[in-house]
Design a protein around this ligand. Structure first.
Ligand SMILES: [Zn+2]
Length: 281
């Protein structure tokens, strides 16, 4: 039997979506058109007193220009802030004056250090990176089967960071947080399973980095679908996390809980009108 699955890791967004069905692509086109219409007359500048948490998964080689453009767009509408500073601002209880963007990334891909971090440093942007700790230090040759299984839907060979990469990013001022060990749906696990995913990843990241790991980002991140908002953030708090980040969209204002922080998912290829739409909701 011929193995037609990829032997080289995905480097471009073009290859990443190559296996997508025509229906998925058609849905994307329809959605873009609708957002273009809805974005008319909207601006992130319509109000202030908020922190937005835009997040990405990957910056592939062909996504670099788009990512730089999006950071420029954000810079023209607000100020960048690191996760610890955002948390301190929210915990202080003082009113938030202005508009802030706290950028983060999920999963742990190699293209963070090759593509995202250099562009972030060029723009002076501190970002938080949430790693599925069990995937860090894997090799595309040795761990091919595990890596091909990262996405349920398709066989994509994704290359992950090494621990040296993570240390280099932390040294460059980036925050490294936990995204569990195995990139699981917390809602499918019992309490022991959830505790193991949260505690083991925290311990491993701290041992490898020699720094405290106090931020947790929930895989998939939808309340009541992927995690139990009445239960799982409390486990994270007990284990020693200060935050629990989710994937519901929206702005964060003073008084918001740190245990279910909304974030706005972005793709680096999106146009500025798409950002204008999502950042003004
Ligand atoms: Zn994830």
């Amino acid at each position: 039997m011929t193995d037609i699955r990829p032997s080289l890791p995905v480097k471009t967004y073009r290859d990443f979506i190559a296996g997508q069905s025509l229906l998925d692509r058609a849905r994307g086109v329809a959605r873009k058109a609708a957002i273009l219409a809805l974005s008319a007359g909207r601006s992130p500048d319509d109000n202030e007193g908020w922190i937005r948490f835009p997040f990405y998964h990957h910056i592939f080689d062909d996504e670099r220009p788009g990512f730089a453009r999006q950071l420029d767009f954000m810079a023209s509408h607000g100020d960048f802030i690191g996760l610890d500073d955002a948390v301190n601002m929210l915990e202080s209880g003082a009113s938030i004056s202005g508009r802030y963007f706290c950028v983060s990334f999920d999963d742990g891909f190699k293209n963070w250090i090759t593509n995202a971090v250099p562009i972030l440093l060029d723009h002076g942007v501190p970002a938080a990176f949430f790693v599925a700790a069990g995937y860090i230090g894997t090799s595309v040759e040795r761990d091919r089967e595990k890596l091909l299984g990262f996405y349920d839907s398709r066989d994509l060979l994704m290359e992950f960071l090494s621990w040296d990469d993570c240390r280099e990013m932390a040294d460059a001022g980036m925050t490294i947080g936990s995204h569990t060990m195995n990139h699981v749906h917390l809602i499918d696990l019992d309490d022991d399973g959830v505790e193991a995913e949260l505690a083991d990843s925290k311990q491993l990241i701290e041992a490898e980095l020699g720094r405290a790991c106090v931020h947790f980002c929930c895989p998939f991140g939808r309340a009541n679908i992927d995690y139990r908002p009445d239960h799982h953030p409390a486990i994270a708090l007990r284990i020693g996390y200060r935050t629990f980040l989710a994937t519901t969209r929206g702005a964060v204002r003073q008084g918001a809980s740190l245990m279910g922080i909304p974030r706005d998912h972005l793709l680096a290829g999106w146009e500025n009108y798409q950002l204008r739409y999502f950042f003004s909701r």
